[in-house]
Write a protein that binds this ligand. Structure first.
Ligand SMILES: [Zn+2]
Length: 57
């Protein structure tokens, strides 16, 4: 599976995606948590406490 880093748009390859797994962008060194919405995977930046109130995704 290939995802795009929401910070720097680099490609992040995830071989064995699991809900809640942490992946690191090699370009910007940001940690993300894998989350699944229906059949789509998304990346949540680790440490963003107020993410639920951010509707701009
Ligand atoms: Zn990045």
């Amino acid at each position: 599976m290939i995802l795009e880093c929401p910070i720097c748009d680099a490609t992040i390859t995830v071989n064995n995606p699991k809900e809640g797994a942490v992946v690191v962008c090699e370009e910007c060194d940001t940690e993300f948590e894998l989350v699944q919405f229906d059949d789509e995977w998304d990346l949540l930046e680790v440490g963003e406490e107020d993410w639920e109130e951010d509707e701009d995704f």
